[in-house]
Design a protein around this ligand. Sequence first.
Ligand code: FES
Ligand SMILES: [Fe+2]
Length: 393
Amino acid sequence: MLPEKKLDVAVSEAVSQRLVTHLREDTTDLAEHDLFVPVADFVSPERAAAEVALLKSLPTVVAHASEIRNNGDFLTREILDMPLLIVRQTDGRAQVYLNMCRHRGGRVEQAATGNKRVFMCQYHGWSYDRDGGGLRTVPYESSFEKIERGCNSLIAFPTEERHGLVFAVLSQTPAPALADYLGDAVDEQMAPWQLDASSVVLDKTFVMDINWKLIMDGAIDIIHPRFLHPGGVGDLIESNVGVFKDYGRHCQHFGARTKLKALAKSEATVSGGSKYIGSNLVIYPNSMMIAAPEHVEFWTVWPCVGHPGRSLTHLRFLVRDAILDDALLARVNKSWEILQRAATEEDWPMERFIQQNAEAWPHGTYRYGRSEVACAHLHRQLQSDLDEAARKA
Ligand code: FES
Ligand SMILES: [Fe+2]
């Protein structure tokens, strides 16, 4: 059982023992081979367009449940250039619509957030139900030919909520059932975090001239902290030591905090927990959940359509409502300051250099070593899905 006041990383004894063994023997989990990724994959417009199409065909996280907590709550958000209207319906289910009027394409909602039963387009007053998006009223209807209600609802995207995350498939391709898509292992890891009973306590977005995969790589990579973050994160996390768990499309990496190394070397009996072990759960293709003792750092990285070298990083910190108080909030903000420094002063500038270099010299390949297994897993999966999509096209 988890202690009531603590959110803890669900680290199995097996993972924690494997990590301790790695620390004692100076080893780490390894992929079978290095992976070579074409540099062009970070700059090519064709590749970027194929990735956007792929992302639209997969369940991706478009909101957290607490952002539309009550029935009727909505938010508008642009994702992959698609204006979305994300609504909590009367039955409590989340629904994602295209924020586009079926008359002549106006936005049916312009506010960022609010609570409504009906959405009315401000151009000519057509209105739509929050439940199902059905067309309700059409001013001057007699001056139109017959308007079929059945085919003039808001465009609705397959939407499912799990662990407090609102997933949508932003296309009309048949969506896999979310439980199957995530799989049991991901469910098992996420359940203890109670994200469905959590709130967003910090919400930041960053648009940067960096390909989205480089941002993902930077947060997953375990061999850089001691070089890029000396005197900061590099002193807290062991570089090049990790346990990798393959969850099909998704994966998780467990890394050791430096204090675990001292314990492991002392031959003391060590049992895992967030005090000693950090983890990054990659929800394929573009979300990550980095667990800390009292909060979860939730990252989603979106490519910017038409700009292979640009992306939007959406960072939210989630805290369980049951433990949220001012003191905790202060600690979470402290943690943000540390992350912010590492990300904005060290990680992202380095990723920007990589992007510039890829644009200057889009030839050859970048190499992901055998211990960069989690990064490689993402790139391998992406390539395999893109190959599959190309075969079907
Ligand atoms: S475009 Fe929405 S009512 Fe005309
Ligand atoms: Fe970093």
